[in-house]
Design a binder for this molecule. Structure first.
Ligand code: KIV
Length: 265
């Protein structure tokens, strides 16, 4: 959590997140999809609200994120951004909405202009697309490791980068997306040692999910940490309601170093 003077009320910027990496202060991030929960998350002091395309699973009842459309993402980003006072908002570009440079730019602009997002996130090592978006003034969060939009190509959700070659490729991809201008990087489902290596080599903050405790920050899916998922909870995610008397208390617990262990495989 950002602890500088007055930061509980002043809006979080990309500069704050960058400064937190430099100070070695952990960045907190939760997924957010609607106004009621977002107001609680925001007032709890979480640094980033991610309008993730996991909403296809948590909100819409799909089995994967593939069916999520740009209009779905705009709608949910609006629900979140209407009540946001402090947290930095990142919204996902859903499946096939960034297949070309032009599509990526037009769709990212809609997430920002109509949805109120401060940054867009896209999956995979795609330096050309990132470079193009950044050149138009669109802030980008890259996403490496397990890529849920590729589920029908990879067959099942599993840890990525266990073999040396794959690990090397992920390090190279991380350096390439940073070089292209990405300002944040999500690392999903990879060995803790690999995520730590990438985090050390990059100057931009890394936010891990199922990637160990040594990323610059952690992201959790709200429904998983509250233990209200319709499906199976990810095995690295802890039920924070177990030790909390309220939703806000559970959300605050995700920001305490004592709970870092839950981020490990
Ligand atoms: O869509 C999402 O919520 C995400 C997180 C799981 C990182 O991409």
């Amino acid at each position: 959590m950002n602890t500088e003077t007055n930061t509980l009320t002043s809006p979080v910027t990309i500069n704050d997140l960058q400064a937190m990496k430099q100070r070695g202060e952990k960045i907190s991030c939760l997924t957010a999809y609607d106004a009621s929960f977002s107001a609680i998350i925001d007032s709890s002091g979480i640094d980033i609200m991610l309008v993730g395309d996991t909403l296809g699973i948590t909100m819409q009842g799909h089995l994967t994120t593939v069916p999520v459309t740009l209009n779905d993402m705009i709608y949910h980003s609006q629900c979140v951004s209407r009540v946001r006072q402090r947290a930095f908002i990142i919204a996902d570009l859903p499946f096939m909405t960034y297949a070309t440079l032009e599509m990526a730019a037009l769709n990212a602009a809609k997430l920002m202009q109509q949805g109120g997002a401060h940054m867009v996130k896209l999956e995979g090592g795609k330096p050309e697309i990132i470079k193009f978006l950044v050149a138009q003034g669109i802030p980008v969060c890259a996403h490496l490791g397990l890529l849920p939009q590729h589920i029908h190509q990879i067959g099942r959700y599993r840890v990525q980068g266990k073999q040396n070659l794959q690990a090397e490729q992920l390090v190279n991809d991380a350096l390439a997306v940073q070089q292209a201008g990405a300002q944040l990087l999500i690392l999903e489902c990879m060995p803790a040692s690999l995520a730590a290596k990438i985090t050390q080599q990059l100057t931009i903050p890394t936010i891990g999910i199922g990637a160990g405790i040594n990323c610059d920050g952690q992201v959790l899916v709200l429904q998983d940490m509250l233990n209200i998922s319709a499906g199976k909870r990810a095995k690295f995610s802890k039920n924070f309601m177990q030790d909390a008397a309220s939703i806000q208390a559970a959300i605050r617990l995700t920001m305490t170093p004592l709970n870092k262990a839950c981020f490990q495989h």
